[in-house]
Design a protein around this ligand. Structure first.
Ligand SMILES: *Cc1c(COP(=O)(O)O)cnc(C)c1O
Length: 405
């Protein structure tokens, strides 16, 4: 069976984890701080906070910005549930916007959803391709849009406009305007979950990139404190002689990254540019070469003048098939011992959101994309022969199902 995206666990990883365990320092400590510095340098930002997942990190930011009941947050309709669930956790309202043909939020549709209640926008770099950040930033900075903004917390007052929090769960290492993503908007949050390009088993990181008058080093300290129950001294600081005394300045979260997991991240980071990205790029190219021979294939877009994907998900679309056919095709591919996936079931189809009244009919692009999408396996050791096997399984399945109807 060809798996979909197994993690790369080898002796390097195992030895580094053993090293963390033997050091006796297993929670947040020197390895996590080093991991943060490496990411900050890679992403051209001054400060990065490592956290225990994308979800907790991003929710912490909504809390920091003072988002609460009565507020609205704009998210794409085509994403993983985490993007919207964190808005629900804060008691705010999820405003869904349709997608474009690159799988990102349709930036041209955003402005008409902005009201005086809008506090944040969370775009998603689906599959690893950065969204149109320049166009999105232009919208939140428009005088007419800023005039609508109704600040209700100190940080909202200071920013003076809608906050942009990029869901970069897929796009670590992707490029935008020649830089690795992380410094385009106010906050960029990565996920290091087991299936992501760079994994720590579970984990995430926040790139802090607020404009003046914010002091990003100061914000790092605030967020670090908020990630540790609002306690003003972390475990490392408390190891100093005689420094037991602490205070709690906010009812914060508990979402710090551990050194055991950062040790996996450090190994993954060191081979990311030299191995992970080139391997994944080669796999995308080979799929594209083989699939371009078929008129039914809609090849995913992963590079242009401004952007280059991190090659996270190979999002294939099949022309002229129904939802029922797509599902039969997937079954047939699995019968050939190849694992595939669907990214995504749009949010309005999930019971929780359906019951809140969201309807897929309102998002025609998401509806037509989801009906014909199949994601192919991409992982470090997928060989050329296996890529050919995957494509043969896909071709066989499509021809069989299409000819049957
Ligand atoms: C994986 C994923 C998340 C959640 O990441 P966690 O680290 O598991 O919390 C959020 N958004 C998208 C688009 C994802 O794919």
């Amino acid at each position: 069976m060809i798996p979909f995206s197994p993690p790369r666990i080898d002796d390097k990883i195992i030895n580094e984890v053993a090293d963390a365990l033997r050091s006796g320092w297993i929670t947040t400590g020197p390895k996590t701080k080093l991991f943060e510095k490496k990411i900050a340098n890679y992403c051209s930002v001054s400060n990065v906070l490592a956290v225990n997942s994308w979800t907790t990190g991003a929710e912490l930011l909504l809390y920091w910005f003072g988002i609460k009941e009565g507020d609205e947050v704009i998210v794409p309709v085509y994403t993983y549930c985490a993007t919207a669930n964190i808005v629900i956790h804060r008691g705010a309202k999820v405003i869904m916007v349709d997608m474009n043909s690159d799988f990102g939020i349709d930036v041209s549709k955003i402005e008409k959803f902005i009201t005086s209640k809008t506090k944040a926008i969370i775009p998603v770099d689906v599959g690893g391709l950065p969204i149109q950040f320049d166009e999105l930033k232009e919208i939140v900075n428009k005088p007419s849009v800023k005039a609508k903004f109704n600040p209700q917390s100190e940080n909202q007052e200071k920013l003076g406009r809608i906050m942009i929090l990029s869901d970069a769960a897929h796009s670590f290492g992707a490029t935008y305007n020649g830089l690795k993503v992380g410094s385009e908007v106010d906050f960029t949050v990565f996920s290091f979950h087991a299936v992501k390009n760079l994994t720590t088993a579970e984990g995430g990181a926040i790139c802090i990139n607020l404009p003046k008058p914010f002091d990003n080093a100061e914000i790092y300290k605030q967020l670090n404190t908020l990630s540790l129950h609002g306690q003003n001294k972390d475990a490392l600081a408390k190891t100093q002689k005689g420094s037991w005394e602490y205070d709690v300045i906010d009812a914060g979260f508990k979402c710090n990254m551990t050194d055991i997991l950062s040790s996996i991240g450090l190994v993954e980071f060191d081979r990311y540019e030299s191995e992970t990205l080139p391997f994944r790029k080669r796999i995308f190219k080979e799929y594209t070469e083989l699939l371009s021979n078929y008129t039914w294939a809609i090849i995913p877009h992963y590079v242009d003048q401004k952007r280059e994907s991190s090659y996270h998900l190979y999002l294939l679309r099949i022309k002229d098939i129904t939802l029922a056919q797509r599902n039969l095709i997937i079954q047939e591919i699995f019968n050939q011992d190849v694992s595939v996936n669907v990214h995504y079931k749009p949010l309005p189809l999930l019971s929780f959101y359906k019951e809140l009244g969201y309807k897929l009919d309102d998002y025609p692009m998401a509806e037509s994309t989801w009906e014909c999408e199949i994601s192919l396996p991409v992982y470090y050791s997928l060989s050329t022969e296996q890529i050919e096997e995957v494509v043969s399984a896909v071709v066989f399945a499509i021809e069989k199902i299409k000819n049957n109807v």
